[in-house]
Design a protein around this ligand. Structure first.
Ligand code: HAM
Length: 432
C-alpha cells in the first residue's frame, strides 16, 4: 500500500498563517538588531563534525547524543547538521579573518538540528536568532547583550520573561571548583543516578544541572563556583550587575546556571518564562573568551546569545499578539479570451505602480471568481471582460463596506483610484 509521506518527527512545516507570523517577528528582530549595529552572517547548515566536538565539548548532551551526523559517501568526511550557530560563526570569523576587519557584531537566523525527544517547545529542527560579538572584553558588552534582550521583549509586547545570570569564572577557577565538587559528590556516589555517575569525573558541573528531583537536595549543598572566583572574575561579574542595576533591569543570580555547552567563561545568562511549560528558556548565552583560540584563531574575547524562535512565537501568540493579515489590494477577475490576455498586462501595470494584485488563474465562471475574490481578503476586485479589454477599461468593485459603488474606469486611472481609496479607508479605520 502507498503510505502518505510525512515530515520527519520533530521537524515541522510552517504553513502560510504561521509563516506570515514568523516574517513579522523576523522584521521586528532585524530592525532591533540594526538599532544595535549588528550585521548579518549566514553560515552553512552542514559543518565538519570535529568543529562541534571541539567547540561544544565531547561530554555534553548535544555532542554525546543529539547531533545528526553522517559520513559524506564520496570522500568519507564526517559531517553534522549544525546543532547551534556559535561554532560555525567562530569558524567563519577565523576562516575569513573578520576580527581583523573590525567586524565585531554579527547575527544569524536559521535552522538548527538536535536529536532530542520532541515535546511542546522542543523540536528536532528548530530556529534560532543568534547574536555574537568579538574582540570586546566586557563587562559592558555582556550587559549590553543582556539589555538588548529586554528591549526586544518590549518591542514584541512580551512580559513575564525573567533574567537569570551567573558567572562561570575562568578555567583555572573552575578547575579548583571542579576538584571540590568531585570530592563532594564522591561522598554520595551510592546516591547518584547513572547520568550523574557518568559525569562525576568527566563533567561534574553538569550534575548541578540535573533535572532528577532526588539529586536536588544534594546539589543544593554542593560547593558553589562563586566561592572559587578570583578578584578579577568577581569584578567582571559585579561590572555586569552594576550596568543592569543602572538600567533598572531586574535579575536573579542563579548559581546553578551552568549551561549545556562547554565553551563559556565568566558571564552566562538565560531569559526564562513560566508560560511555556518545561521548555521555558527563550534565550540564552554568555561569554566564550577561549573559543576562537581553541578553534585555531588568534585569542579573541567573545560574547553572545541565541533565542529559540518557536518558543518566542508561541509566547507572542499566547499573549494575544496577531500579525496584520496579509491580503492583496486587488483580486483581478477576468472573463473571455481577450480579457485574460489583457488582465496579465493590467496586473503587471498595477504592480509597477505599487498595488498588490492577486491575478485570478484557472478560469471558472464570473460568480466563482467573485467568490474567490471575497475569500482572498482583497480590498477591491478589478473586473475585466472582453468589452473592457477592447476599450482598455476595467470595473473597480469595492469588496469592503463604505468604499463607494462599483465604477468603470480607464485602466490608466485604476492605480490612482485604488491608492486614493486605500488612503481614505485607512483614515476612516484610524478614526474608528
Ligand atoms: P542553547 O541554550 O543551546 O544555546 O540554545 C539557545 C536557545 O535555543 C534556547 O534557549 C532555546 O530557546 C532554543 N532551543 C534550543 N534547543 C531547542 C530545541 N530543541 N527546540 C526548540 N528550541 C530550542 C546555544 O545554542 C548557544 N549557541 C547560544 C550562544 C550564542 N551562546 C553564545 N552565543
Amino acid at each position: 500500500m502507498n503510505q502518505t509521506l510525512q515530515s520527519v518527527r520533530g521537524m515541522n512545516d510552517l504553513l502560510p498563517d504561521e509563516a506570515e507570523f514568523w516574517e513579522l517577528f523576523e522584521d521586528t528582530v532585524r530592525s532591533w538588531l540594526k538599532a544595535y549595529g549588528y550585521r548579518p552572517i549566514r553560515m552553512p547548515i552542514v559543518e565538519p563534525t570535529p568543529l562541534f566536538k571541539r567547540a561544544i565539548g565531547e561530554v555534553t548532551d548535544i555532542v554525546e547524543k543529539e547531533m545528526y551526523s553522517f559520513t559524506d559517501s564520496l570522500n568519507g568526511e564526517q559531517l553534522t547538521l549544525r546543532p547551534e550557530g556559535t561554532a560555525g560563526c567562530v569558524r567563519a570569523l577565523i576562516q575569513h579573518n573578520l576580527a581583523a576587519q573590525q567586524v565585531r557584531r554579527l547575527y544569524y537566523m536559521g535552522q538548527m538540528f538536535r536529536h532530542e525527544r520532541p515535546q511542546k517547545g522542543r523540536y528536532r529542527q528548530f530556529h534560532q536568532v543568534g547574536v555574537e560579538t568579538f574582540g570586546l572584553v566586557g563587562p559592558d558588552i555582556d550587559a549590553e547583550l543582556i539589555l538588548m534582550g529586554a528591549r526586544l521583549w518590549d518591542d514584541l509586547g512580551l512580559d513575564g520573561i525573567e533574567l537569570q545570570i551567573n558567572s562561570l569564572g575562568q578555567p583555572e577557577e573552575r578547575a579548583q571548583h571542579r576538584a571540590a565538587l568531585v570530592a563532594y559528590f564522591e561522598q554520595y556516589s551510592d546516591l547518584l543516578d547513572e547520568d550523574a555517575r557518568r559525569r562525576l569525573y568527566t563533567n561534574p558541573l553538569r550534575i548541578l544541572d540535573s533535572k532528577n528531583p532526588q539529586l536536588q537536595e544534594m546539589c543544593a549543598g554542593a560547593p558553589k563556583l562563586i566561592d572559587y572566583l578570583g578578584v578579577e572574575s568577581l569584578a567582571h561579574f559585579e561590572g555586569v550587575q552594576r550596568i543592569l542595576c543602572d538600567a533598572g533591569l531586574p535579575y536573579t543570580v542563579n548559581p546553578r546556571l551552568v549551561r549545556g555547552l562547554d565553551y563559556y567563561n565568566l558571564t552566562v545568562f538565560e531569559w526564562v518564562t513560566d508560560r511555556l511549560g518545561a521548555q521555558g528558556t527563550v534565550c540564552a548565552g554568555g561569554r566564550y573568551d577561549g573559543l576562537v583560540e581553541q578553534l585555531g584563531g588568534k585569542p579573541t574575547p567573545a560574547c553572545g546569545f541565541a533565542m529559540g524562535i518557536e518558543r518566542l512565537v508561541a509566547l507572542i501568540r499566547d499573549s494575544g499578539g496577531t500579525p496584520a493579515p496579509v491580503a492583496p489590494d486587488v483580486y483581478l477577475v477576468h472573463q473571455g479570451t481577450e480579457a485574460a490576455r489583457f488582465a496579465f498586462r493590467v496586473a503587471e501595470g498595477l504592480r509597477d505602480q505599487g498595488v498588490n494584485v492577486l491575478l485570478h488563474c484557472g478560469g471558472g465562471s464570473f460568480k466563482s471568481q467573485m467568490k474567490k475574490a471575497d475569500a482572498s481578503g482583497a480590498t477591491f476586485a478589478v473586473v475585466i471582460g472582453d468589452d473592457e479589454a477592447a476599450t482598455a477599461e476595467a470595473q473597480l468593485k469595492p469588496l469592503r463596506e463604505g468604499q463607494g459603488a462599483q465604477r468603470k474606469l480607464k485602466v490608466s486611472e485604476l492605480a490612482a483610484a485604488i491608492a486614493g481609496q486605500l488612503i481614505d479607508s485607512e483614515i476612516i479605520d484610524e478614526q474608528e
